[in-house]
Every structure is written in C-alpha cells, then in structure tokens.
Design a protein around this ligand. Structure first.
Ligand code: C2E
Ligand code: MG
Ligand code: MG
Length: 901
C-alpha cells in the first residue's frame, strides 16, 4: 500500500483522470490508450501462444508488460481518485461550521475539526490521537450528565443504526460556556481499524434555545401584568394577548390567534375599540383613550385606560396595533365616591369639621360656616372648643374624649355657641380618622342643628298635653297634675276638690248650628272657666263638652260654691255665630279628696257620677258626690244595659192619661206616657229611664215606638168612631227627634197610613229643649204646625226662660209644670206667699195674649183645679182627675164602646 500523497496528474493522466468514472472501472478508452502505447513500442500485433519462439515470447512479455502498465495506470488513477475524495472529505470536515469529531466507542476523540477544537480547546494533535494516546480526551467530559449517559448508551449499542441523534444536550466548552446542542452520531465503516469509529456532528442550538427562552420570558413578563396587553393585525385579528386579556375575554391561548373582537366581546364595545384601532392605523400615532367593557346584564361596566400604538416591522411597515389597557373600574368608582364625598362635604347642610390629630381644625364646610356663623378662615388652626358654650358641662367633654379614645367614636347632643353669641343645639357625631395601618390621622365631626327639632319637640310635647281647640290642658296633663296634687295633698294632709262639668244641650247646638259654632262655644266655656278660678287651679278639657277643674287646698263647701259661681258665669249671655244671647248651662259634679276617693281615677269617676246625677235631676245643677250616687250610678248602669233590649223583648207599654176641661171636667183627649215593664222590677216610670235613654241614644227609638203605637191606636179608635173629633192626643218627643231628617215625613206617613187627621195629634216638647231654638229648629216646628199638628211646650216654667221667647215659637199650648201647681195650693193648706200664684197668673196672661191654650199638669186636688180654672187655665191633667192607665183601660173608661159588628 503506497502511502505517498496524491500527485497532480500528468498531462496524459489528467485527461485519463478526467475521463475516469467515479467507480474506477476500466474504461474502453483506457484500453485503447494502452494499445496505442504498445504500438509506439513497435508491436504491430499480439503474440501467438502456440508459437514458442523468443520473438514470440518477447512479444508476449511486452504484451504483459503493457498490460501491467495499463493496470498500474489504472491503479494510479484509482488511488488518485481516492486521495481526491479523502482530501475533499478532510476539507469539508475541517472547515464545516459545525463542530465535528471522530470518536471511538469510548468517546475518545480521534479527529476533530476546527470548530470542535475551538469549542473544546483541543490542540491540533488530537487530530491523529488514538485511544492509546496518553493525552487523548473523551467527549464525555464536555457533556452534562444526561448527555453523558445517553451518549454512552448509544456508543455501547455500537453500529446498530447508521445515524443517531441526541437532542437537547448541554455541553460546556473549554471557556466554560454552556451550549445547547443536538448531537448527531454517524457510524463510520470499520475499514482500517479493529474498533469502531463514529463521526460526531455537534449542532449548536444555543441561539434557538435562547430565542425560545427569551420568548418564554417575554410571555411571562406580559402575563405577569394585570394590564391587558395585546396586538391586533391590520384586519383586527388578535396577534398577541397576555393572560389578562385571555381571562377577561374568556378564551384560551389556542383560540386567541386571529380572533376578532366582535366574537368575544359585546358588539358595541368591539365597534368602539375597532374605531380607535383604525385611528391609530390611519394617523400612525399612539393614542390614549378610555374604553368600556360591558359584562353580562347587571354586572358593572369595566372601564379601561388604554394606550394604543402602531406596531412596526423591521422595515418600518405597520403590522398592526398594539394596546395596553389598564382596568380603572375600581379607581373610577373610588374617584366617584370621593367626588361624592367631596360634594357631600361641600354641600351638606350639616356642619362638618375635620381636625388633625392634635384636634386643630384643618377643614370645615359651608354647612359649618352657615350653622356656626364662623368663617372657614377664622377657625382653621383653632380647636373646635371655640364653639363651646357654658351650657355643656366639662363632664360631657370628658366622656366624649374617653369614648373617642376607647371606641374611636362618640355621638350625642351639644349646645354650641354661635359666632353671634346665641346658642344652638346640635346632634354631634365624632369619629377618629385612621390610616389603613391604624395610625390616628385626625377627627371628623358632623353636627346637625337640632334647635328647630328641639323646638318642634317642645311643641309636640305641648300639643300632647294641651287641647288644640281651647288651649286648656288635656286629659293627659290633667291626670298628671291630679297625680301630683294627690301626692302633695297626701304628704301635707290637705284636701282638694275635683269638679266635673258637662255642658247641657251641647249636642243640640252642635247638631243645629254646626260644629264650628260648637267649637266656638267650647272655647268660650273654657275661657269663662279659666277666668273664674284661681291661678293655682287647673281647668282642663277632657274631650267633647266635658271640663274638669282641679281645686287645690279647697274645702267641700267652697268647692260647691265655686261650682255655682262657675255655673253663674257660664249662664251669662254669649254671642255665637248665628245666635245671640245664648246662655250656656252646665251640669256640675264635685268630688273631694280625701272623703270621696284617694286615687285620681276614683276622684274623677265620682265627680263624673255627681255630674251625672246633676244632669239627670234636671240639668244646670251642681251636685256634691255622695256614696248613694254611686249606688244610683250602678242602678243607672243596670237600666242602661237592660233598656237596650227592652224594645226587642216587647217590654214597653203605652199608658194614657186623660186631659180634662177644668171648666166642666169633661175629657178633651189624653197624653201618651211610656212605661217599661222591667223584668224583676215591675212597671218602671219614664222619669227613671228616659234620662238614661236620652244619654245613651235610645230615646229616639222609644219615641218612635210610642208615636207609631199611639197613631195606630188612634187610627183604630177614630175609624171605629170611638175617638171624638175635638179630642187631641199628646205625644212626648224630644227635640233631637225633630232634628232627624225623616222624623217629619215619617209622622206624616204614619198619620196617612192610619188615616188620622193631623189635628188630632199634639206633640209635646219640653221647655228646656226649646229654650234657645235655632233657626233650623224653628223651621221644623213651623213645618210641623203647617201639617196641622198641635205643638205644646211641656214642663213650662222650669227652664229659666224669659217669657218673651215664647213669641217666637209656633206653639198652640203651654203646659205649666206640676211643680208650680203643687206649690199653688197645698193639701192640707199651709201658709204660702203669693209668688207662685203671681207667676201662674203671669204665665196665663202671657199665653192668652199669644193665643195659646194653657194646660195645668199635676192637678191633684179640687182647690188647685178651682183656682186654676179661676185664673183662666183651660185644661188640666192630674191624679185628681185620672192617673195614667193602660190604653185598653182608657178606652174602656173614656171611649164609647166599640160598635158591634
Ligand atoms: P210629662 O210629659 O210632664 O208628663 C206628666 C207626668 O206627670 C207623668 O209622669 C205623669 O204620670 C205625671 N202626673 C200626672 N198627673 C200627676 C199628678 O197629679 N201628680 C204628679 N205628681 N204627677 C202626675 P210620667 O208618666 O212618670 O212621665 C214623666 C215624664 O217622662 C213625662 O213628663 C215626660 O216628660 C216623660 N215621658 C213620658 N213618656 C214619654 C215618652 O213617650 N217620650 C218622651 N220623650 N218622654 C216621655
Ligand atoms: Mg208631657
Ligand atoms: Mg210635663
């Protein structure tokens, strides 16, 4: 084996080399060239083998020689080509940019190229190193552990595969730098060596790896931002988006590329955002803008501060738009809250004072200026104590600071001093201001002026204790004062009186003249009562027409005298709207402490009972309470409850008392009088239950029953011709009956139904009811008269009325009260002055002057009858003539017997 270096081919070989095939096979041209050469040596033809002559032999030798030369030439050509290939390989091996090595199966490096030597710091000697060379180096040294292991495994496996690749290995170069490499291993043919050889190619992946790491880092940076960082292309498709964008738009990274806004956000937001993109693309300028992102209905709108800018490629061409959006929703909300707080501070009507931690004023609002009268400038730097008034004790401020120290808060009422010196009351709420870390920064006080509220409270207090109509203390205040009076009297052993007054006929005034006149009357009563008591006495209105007077340190007789004095005062003529000279009257009851009760309730109740007795025994009276009254009260109460069922149980009876002509004692009619057949009590007189019925509102029902009963009965008797046409029947009605809207028409109807001529009926109204008739009452009376019904004034003389008022009444008869008659002639006779008689004479004279008929009630003896007749009284009723009796008995006694059918 020749070891010489390849020689440049000769001119002849050059051509042959150029013609040689890469495989080195003999070429026909080569043989041609050899033959040509033989001919140059003089051989014209090839030796013939069977001619064994020297010449022939020589010829053969020459032929062999030529063949040998040809073969030799061929060999030379082949060697040349091999050496050429080897040198090309070496050239390539040496100069390729990737580090390349030839290693054995132990990774010892036998050959290395320029780059490999650079990397691994090898001398050129390694080129020819063998595994036995003492300074031979293993590639394994340069590799990190995983690389080492993997390479070893591969090498151990030998030549199973032609090429192998180990990726992502890390190699340390001789200068200590780390390189990321792919290691390609090519198994070399075992031509001249007993052991294996491998060509190793190291492909440096470090820049790529670096880029990848950079990309990761860059993405991590983007993702770590809470801002939305993104880029869109010219068509609006997403090119880049950080994690915040993906989260906000609720898309994953795989979907992000190319995604258009309108597919992941509300259209209105997408349109606005695209428009700003377009603006950036159009102008090539960055912009700052606010953007909104609407969530699902009901969720708050997110607000972003966005910076958008054009994205340029390396050549400066616009690629798209980059954007960084910062979510400022919370910031905005905080700003708005702050704005609101600021507005509240500025415009609040409350005074707001902010101090530093030393308590010096640093800020006040307009509300403060208005409330305190101090300007902002005049108080800054001062302490809020400049508002202090002497009305608030030091203990309050002590408690205030203690609460602030302990709880950071205090609230309560303070009385402040206004800049003008006047005082005003505030509700004050003070809070400590602390930083998020808990350090004290100062205090804020909010003060509400409650002076007006206080005044209103006082007014409410007053209203809740005083009657709004009369201004007198009301029931609540009266009870309060009564309790106090009681306690004082108990302590000091004093007596006092409770006076209960109830107006008489107040209902009539109210019903006929209206509530306004009623109110006017009540006010006047209140005033009169107040004007006639001592300053230490309390006059209160209990409600309705009831008044109570408390008389401290008063004896029984003095209390009664005062009651009379008050009644006199009330009776003075009074001008009311629509009625002149009204004389108010009241029934008064008096109870004394301690005799009549030792509690407030008991005293009031007993005074009320006494008043009730005064009322039922003729009104316009004053009564001192007695225990008997309570018993009477109990009785009255029992009547009251039973009476309500009396009509349903058919317990009422109609009695008739005949009326006589005093001249000849002939009957001229009758008066219908009600009776109650009360279970377990027997026949009960109307005198007992009528006042009670009136008080509880049952009287109109009783009157209606009597009227219907009487007219029906009359109709029957009249139809039977038993009732003479000149007789009249008197029916008692109360004034309030006539006030009822249907009373008159009902009467008319009843008369018609029973075919009773109106002139057979007379209605009796008591004098007290007619005492001060209102215009509407007079109208009704006239209407009644117009019907043809007679009208009598009953119990005349008891009502303290002036006789002149009779003129205005459309009456036909006057019934002189029996009290006058009984006083007139006593039986047995006893000495009397003539005043009773004079009075009756005057009544008769007046009545006759007015054209009225006179009826004497309660004629009990002949002397009375005679005198009355003598004085000119036409008619009379009385036990002398006949007591009241059941209707049937009356008929039997005084009417003609019914005609036999
Ligand atoms: P009055 O209308 O003045 O009736 C006369 C009263 O005097 C009757 O009392 C009668 O029984 C009584 N009397 C008659 N003659 C004598 C006598 O000689 N001596 C005495 N001492 N009394 C005599 P009575 O029936 O108890 O009625 C009392 C009052 O009750 C009546 O007084 C009347 O005002 C009222 N009254 C009776 N019935 C009714 C009624 O149906 N409706 C209304 N509103 N009041 C009635
Ligand atoms: Mg009567
Ligand atoms: Mg009478």
């Amino acid at each position: 084996m020749s070891t010489h270096k390849p020689q440049p081919p000769t001119a002849g070989t050059q051509r042959a080399t150029e013609a040689a095939t890469p495989s080195g096979e003999n070429h026909p041209d080569l043989r041609q060239q050899a033959l040509a050469k033989l001919q140059q040596f003089g051989a014209s033809a090839l030796p013939v083998e069977d001619e064994q002559n020297p010449q022939q032999l020589q010829e053969e030798l020459r032929t062999h020689q030529i063949e040998l030369e040809i073969q030799n030439e061929e060999l030379r050509q082949t060697q040349f080509r091999a050496e050429l290939a080897s040198s090309r390989y070496q050239l390539l091996f040496e100069h390729m940019p990737q580090p390349a090595l030839v290693i054995d199966q132990h990774a010892f490096m036998h050959e290395s190229n320029h780059s490999a030597r650079d990397w691994l710091g090898l001398g050129s000697g390694v080129k020819r190193a063998s595994r036995h060379t003492p300074h031979a180096t293993s590639l394994l040294h340069a590799l990190q552990q995983t690389g080492k292991t993997q390479l070893r495994t591969l090498l151990r496996a030998g030549q199973r595969q032609q090429t192998q690749c180990l990726r992502d290995l890390t190699l340390t170069t001789h200068d200590g730098q780390l390189h990321h490499i792919d290691l390609h291993l090519f198994s070399l043919p075992l031509a001249y060596h007993s052991d294996s050889r491998f060509l190793v190619l190291l492909v440096d992946r470090t820049p790529e790896k670096q880029r990848e790491q950079d990309r990761h880092l860059y993405q991590a940076l983007l993702d770590s931002s809470h801002d939305l960082i993104y880029a869109t292309d010219l068509q609006g498709g997403l090119m880049l988006a950080n994690r915040t964008v993906l989260e906000r738009l609720n898309i994953n990274a795989d979907q992000a590329q190319g995604t258009r806004r309108e597919t992941v956000m509300p259209l209105r937001d997408a349109i606005v955002q695209d428009a700003t993109d377009q603006q950036v693309l159009r102008t090539g300028q960055p912009i700052n803008t606010y953007e909104e992102l609407h969530g699902p209905p009901g969720s708050p709108v997110q607000v972003y501060m966005t910076n958008k800018f054009p994205l340029l490629d390396a050549e400066g061409q616009v690629l798209g738009v980059g954007g960084i959006s910062r979510d400022i929703t919370a910031e905005r909300a905080a700003q708005q809250t702050q704005l609101l707080s600021e507005n509240v501070f500025l415009f609040a009507s409350e005074a707001i004072i902010v101090t530093d931690m030393a308590g010096r004023i640093v800020r006040v609002n307009a509300g403060f200026e208005k409330m305190s009268g101090f300007t902002s400038a005049s108080v800054l730097g001062h302490k809020p104590s400049l508002l202090r008034s002497s009305r608030v004790g030091a203990s309050v401020y002590k408690a205030l600071w203690a609460a602030l120290g302990e709880h950071g808060h205090w609230q309560g009422e303070l009385i402040n001093r206004h800049a003008s010196g006047s005082l005003y009351t505030v509700h004050c709420s003070i809070s400590a201001l602390r930083s998020p870390t808990g350090e004290l920064n100062g205090y804020v006080a909010v003060q509400t002026d409650v002076s007006q509220l206080k005044a209103a409270e006082t007014e409410v207090q007053r209203l809740s204790h005083f009657d709004s109509l009369t201004g007198l203390p009301n029931r609540a205040l009266l009870m309060d004062r009564l309790h106090q009076l009681l306690a004082l009297a108990q302590r000091q052993g004093q007596t006092f009186g409770v006076l209960f007054a109830d107006l008489d006929h107040f209902k009539e005034v109210n019903d006929s003249l209206g509530h306004l006149v009623g109110d006017e009357l009540l006010c006047a009563i209140g005033q009169r009562l107040r004007d006639n008591v001592r300053s230490q006495d309390t006059v209160a209105r209990m409600g309705g027409d009831e008044f109570v007077v408390l008389l401290p340190m008063t004896q029984r007789t003095d209390a009664l005298n005062l009651a009379h004095k008050l009644q006199d005062a009330l009776r003075q003529p009074l001008s009311l709207s629509g009625m002149h000279d009204y004389r108010p009257r009241a029934s008064v009851g008096v109870a004394m402490y301690p005799e009549d009760g030792d509690t407030s309730d008991e005293l009031l109740r007993n005074a009320d009972t006494a008043m009730y007795v005064a009322k039922t025994s003729g009104r316009d009276r004053a009564e001192l309470y007695t225990r008997a009254m309570s018993e009477e009260g109990a009785r009255v109460f029992a009547i009251q409850t039973e009476l309500s069922n009396a009509m349903q149980h058919n317990e009422l009876r109609m009695y008739l008392q005949p009326k006589f002509s005093l001249a000849d004692m002939s009957v001229v009619g009758a008066e219908a009088l009600v009776r109650w057949e009360r279970p377990a009590h027997g026949l009960t007189s109307p005198a007992e239950f009528i006042p009670i019925a009136e008080k509880v509102g049952l009287l109109p029902l009783i009157d209606h029953w009597m009227l219907t009963q009487m007219v029906t009965q009359l109709g029957q008797w009249y139809a039977e011709d038993r009732w003479p046409a000149h007789w009249t029947v008197s029916i008692n009605q109360t004034a309030s009956d006539l006030q009822q809207p249907h009373w008159l028409s009902d009467l008319q109807q009843t008369l018609a139904d029973n075919q009773v001529p109106a002139c057979l009926v007379q209605i009796e109204l008591t004098e007290s009811a007619l005492l001060q008739p209102t215009p509407s009452m007079l109208e009704r009376l006239q209407a009644l008269r117009d019907l043809g019904v007679d009208l009598a004034i009953d119990d005349f003389g008891t009502g303290y009325s002036s006789l002149s008022y009779l003129k205005s009444l459309p009456i036909t008869s006057i019934k002189i009260d029996q009290s006058f008659i009984s006083d007139l002639v006593l039986d047995p006779p006893r000495h009397l002055d003539d005043s009773g008689r004079v009075l009756i004479e005057a009544m008769i004279a007046l009545a006759h002057k007015l054209g009225h008929t006179l009826v004497a009630e309660g004629v009990e003896n002949e002397a009375q009858r005679r005198l009355l007749h003598h004085l000119g009284c036409e008619l009379g009723q009385g036990y002398l003539l006949s007591p009241p009796m059941p209707a049937a008995e009356f008929a039997r006694r005084y009417l003609a017997p019914p005609a036999r059918a």
